[in-house]
Design a protein around this ligand. Structure first.
Ligand code: ATP
Ligand code: MG
Length: 659
């Protein structure tokens, strides 16, 4: 199957587009990942830092409680009243301290750990608290503080309100590990205990106080205020903090769908496993109540080091994702604009690059049609320019070769024509000389036979004429016989001259002199009276070896014929020329007479061919001339058209070759 036909430009643009789009998509993909990761990593680092701030707030609160309890336990008044057993004063004083410092409980034990008085519930006393984790340490004269899980029974002893504040319905939470029970009855408390010592330093009691964290939002809200400063995103608070009692949210500012604090909800299952079960911090994104947050969770440990809860801070992931998306969107739009810009640049630059090629393609088509003069106009100095230059050179060579071919064709035609003409002439000469030779033979035979009887007739006629008296009627007839017989004799002589011309007496002969002699002889002839004679002799003409007498006969014949053809009126031109190449002299005798008919031309040199009236011409003049010229190894030609005059050319070689 053939691939579809695309133009060069489309192919270029498509391949660039493929590279750009591929590169673009790849960089967009990598870019989006990078931007997301960078943004989220930075945000996550901030959250981790926020958790430290949350711990500061949390521990500050613990320290605060510890300070209150320690200072109160060390009071002189407390010690004295306790030693003296003044319970009324103690209740009043400690009650005042509790309410003054916002503590939920403030309880005094005796040195065995039995409750002497509960400020929140003075009626409930006498029970043993020596096994309480914190109280026990204080009984050992240590000052301690920390978070602690307090069962509902213990809370009820302090106050019903406090126990109910801790009581919490467990709300089923998506993605959380379900709990078997539906209610949490115990509470988590920040608690501090300090020993009460007498003057000698002996333990006389223990004072402990604390605040219940369940539904107490002081710490989490303070964290939010310090760390997130009320940041909001699309109407929602972004920063959140939570205190978990085990996996249960007991104090939080994470909101549920209804916009209320999501206390009673449970932690995400994965966080529970990592933090509560494995005791590791969780420092990455997590699902919180109903959305994804960038989070930090760390376990809250009791004074004995037992994990009893989790401290959490987190910020909504969505704003960061949206920022990343926004950046990506801007980036994508810019990339798309860049692609469009690049493509248009590409389109114009490929157009510029391809235009010369298109011109070349058009030029090749022109040249293929045969317009070899077509040139490619490319001015660029790159490879295409060089190509166009070579292409033009190639076309030039092609044109030159073609011109030569055409020229050669023409000269060939001319040459063929010339050769054909030459051949035709040679053939005509050949035919003519053969014909003349056979006629010559015949004529010679006849002439020889007739010559003797004619001689006899002439002698006897003369004798009879001499014997015939003057005035005899026969004398006139006899004279006629003598005249006609003489004429016959001349004819026969001419025939013999033609058939068996005398061997020429070759001497150095000046052609021009010879021609002038002929003219001098003719000048007085009646026919020449009104004929203008023009001479055009070659400036240099070497003498040739020839029989002057015989050649004179030839020229006289031709000149006389010319004069007769002009009927005594016209121009006779004598022209001589030297052809050094062919080593010959040409004598041209031109007249302005009636010319020669085409059909007569072939027969001109035949003996007895004449157009003159009977008795006027013998028709032997040209025949004899032909014989003489041939003996001189020359040629005789005629050019003529009826009514246009005639031109006879006699060509004679400068040097004779031995026959
Ligand atoms: N210059 C010329 N112009 C026209 N016709 C010519 C010319 N020369 C020769 N001829 C023709 O050629 C014929 C043959 O010429 P040629 O000289 O052989 O014989 P002739 O002139 O007729 O007779 P003769 O020369 O014996 O008196 C002529 O009769 C004439 O018709
Ligand atoms: Mg003649």
């Amino acid at each position: 199957m053939r691939s579809p036909q695309f133009s060069l430009r489309t192919k270029l643009i498509l391949s660039f587009l493929a590279v750009i789009v591929l590169g673009g998509v790849l960089s967009l993909f990598i870019g989006s990942k990078l931007i997301r990761n960078t943004l989220l990593t930075q945000a996550q680092a901030k959250v981790r830092h926020d958790l430290s701030s949350a711990w500061m707030v949390f521990n500050e609160k613990v320290s605060n409680i510890k300070e209150i309890v320690t200072l109160t336990a060390a009071r002189e008044g407390i010690r004295g009243a306790l030693q003296r057993g003044e319970m009324g004063i103690l209740i009043q004083y400690l009650g005042h301290v509790r309410s003054e410092n916002g503590l939920d409980i403030l309880t005094l034990l005796d040195r065995e750990g039995r409750v002497l008085l509960r400020t929140s519930s003075p009626d409930v006393a006498g029970d043993d608290e020596s096994q309480d984790e914190i109280a026990r340490l204080a009984l050992e004269r240590k000052t301690v503080a920390g978070p602690q899980i307090i069962p509902r029974g213990e809370l009820l002893k302090e106050s019903k309100t406090l126990a109910d504040q801790a009581l919490m319905d467990i709300i089923p939470t998506p993605m959380a590990a379900p709990r078997a029970e539906s209610q949490e009855t115990s509470g988590m408390m920040l608690k501090a205990a300090a020993p009460v010592l007498n003057e000698t330093g002996a333990l006389i009691g223990v004072l402990y106080g604390g605040i219940l964290l369940n539904r107490n939002y002081e710490i989490v809200d303070r964290v939010k205020e310090i760390v997130y400063k009320g940041e909001r995103y699309k109407g929602r608070e972004t920063g959140t903090a939570t205190i978990f009692q085990n996996d249960l949210r007991i104090s939080t500012n994470v909101k549920n769908e209804q916009g209320q604090r999501a206390v009673g909800t449970l932690v995400w299952q994965e966080v529970k496993t990592a933090v509560l079960d494995e005791g590791k911090p969780w420092l990455t994104r997590a699902f919180v109540v109903n959305d994804w947050y960038l989070t930090a969770y760390e376990p809250i440990k009791s004074v004995s080091g037992r994990i009893i809860g989790i401290l959490y801070v987190g910020t909504l992931e969505k704003p960061y994702l949206d920022t990343a998306n926004r950046v990506m969107r801007t980036f994508t739009i810019m990339a798309a604009l860049c692609v469009v810009f690049l493509l248009s640049v590409l389109y114009f630059s490929t157009s510029r690059m391809i235009r010369p090629l298109q011109r070349m393609a058009a030029a090749t088509q022109e040249i293929a049609k045969g317009t070899l003069s077509h040139r490619v106009e490319v001015n660029s100095r790159d490879e295409i320019g060089a190509l166009a230059e070579s292409f033009n050179q190639m076309t030039d060579h092609l044109r030159e070769a073609n011109d030569k071919l055409v020229e050669w064709g023409k000269t060939l035609e001319k040459k063929v024509e010339e050769r054909t003409q030459e051949l035709r002439e040679i053939q005509a000469h050949l035919i003519q000389s053969e014909k003349l030779a056979s006629i010559g033979k015949l004529a010679a035979g006849v002439a020889h036979e007739i010559n003797n009887p004619l001689g006899g007739i002439l002698i006897y006629s003369h004798l009879i004429l001499e014997d015939t008296p003057k005035g005899s009627p026969h004398s006139e007839n006899l004279k006629k016989i003598v005249r006609e017989t003489t004429r016959c004799k001349e004819i026969v002589k001419g025939l013999l001259d033609f058939a068996r011309p005398k061997e020429p007496q070759m001497v150095l002969t000046d052609i021009h002199e010879l021609l002038d002699k002929c003219l001098a002889l003719m000048e007085n002839h009646a026919l020449f009276q009104n004929i203008r004679i023009e001479k055009s002799y070659a400036p240099v003409c070497p003498r040739i070896i020839a029989d002057g007498g015989q050649l004179q006969q030839v020229f006289m014949n031709i000149i006389l014929n010319a004069a007769e053809a002009m009927n005594g009126n016209g121009t006779l031109t004598l022209r001589t020329s030297l052809d050094p190449a062919r080593q010959e002299v040409a004598v041209e005798i031109v007249d302005t007479g009636h010319g020669i008919k085409e059909e007569d031309k072939r027969r001109l040199f035949e003996p007895f061919f004449t157009t003159k009236e009977v008795g006027k011409g013998t028709g032997l003049g040209l025949a004899i001339s032909y014989g003489i010229v041939k003996k001189h190894q020359g040629t005789i030609d005629v050019r003529s058209e009826a009514g246009q005059g005639a031109a006879f050319t006699v060509r004679l070689p400068l040097k004779r070759t031995s026959p």
